[in-house]
Design a protein around this ligand. Sequence first.
Ligand code: NAP
Ligand code: ZN
Length: 347
Amino acid sequence: MPSTTALQAPSAGAPFEVAEIPVRDLRDDDILIDVKYAGICHSDIHQVREEWGTAIFPMTPGHEIAGVVSSVGAGVSRYKVGDRVGVGCMVDSCGECEFCKDGEEQFCTKGAVMTYNGRGYDGEETKGGYSQQVAVSERFVCSIPEGVGLDEAAPLLCAGITTWAPLKRWGVGPGSKVAVVGLGGLGHMGVKFAVALDADVTVLSRSDAKADDSRALGAVAHVATADPENLKALRGTFDVVLNTVSADLEVHRYISLLRPLGVFANVGMPTEAWSIRPSAVVGGSRVVAGSNIGGIQATQDMLDFCAAKGIGASIETIGAGDVDAAYERVVAGDVRYRFVIDTATIR
Ligand code: NAP
Ligand code: ZN
């Protein structure tokens, strides 16, 4: 079997090491991608540290993948060598269930195959984008339009689609009042999209440290949540509160910020249970919703929107030797706003 050079975590929480890992022989519908950039998502950290339960090791994370097609299987029709492409959180699904047919592959009844820390339907472990190459079915590959750099495109494949999908689903558009909680990788994309959709956007961040960035991103306000009085003053204000926080949060304080019929759309994935009084949602008929990444067609639509509007992620590019330190900085909230690994440095 062919192989490639990748970063891998040998066990939970252990530092990354460089390793040769297998890349499968191309199937008829496979594309071999020379990975150029891989974003660091907080979900990578949750999984490498086994914060979501038992994981598969050694692990090569990475589900924000941008690169160039280097070869294609015999039956590939959508892409050719040299195309600029991206891969996100999924690499396979049954393709036949109601959700797959609807373009919501993440809800596949057979279980979508995750890009890493998963197993394909053949039982093989999946390996992600902190690597020089990946082989992926063309059904799970998106085209990265000209005009969006591959480096700033990589985070769109997870942080982008994960914030785009709930904003579209809950009808954010001109005049919507939107709050984005947590200005990190997901949060800053949520702000960019909501602003581009002509909403009035408020950033709810722990402190004022990122206030200048919020305004530069187009938010009308930046509010420090550390002072409870600041949140009280915003009760009943927003149509949508998009929560991207990676740590435990007193969600009832944020649900109370919704107008009647407003939606608390949650994408953050810490593990502690929430405690909310029934009256917090009954009063005002509010909606508490989750949102799980997004389908492949929606991902392509989001990428096309980014090209039309000149949107990319705000990134800090790092080398392979900096990934462990970058993880610490992400956990400390010290990233503006996505670390992207230059995979050429993995050797
Ligand atoms: P990130 O870059 O680390 O951003 C998270 C932000 O949360 C931080 O920038 C910070 O914003 C805030 N925060 C961090 N620690 C906090 C604390 N102790 N208390 C309050 N706020 C805190 O993470 P990310 O990559 O955007 O991911 C965010 C979450 O979404 C993760 O849990 C990830 O697993 C999850 N996720 C979900 C999906 C999905 O499909 N639903 C997809 C991808 C990721 P401030 O400094 O502004 O306060
Ligand atoms: Zn992610």
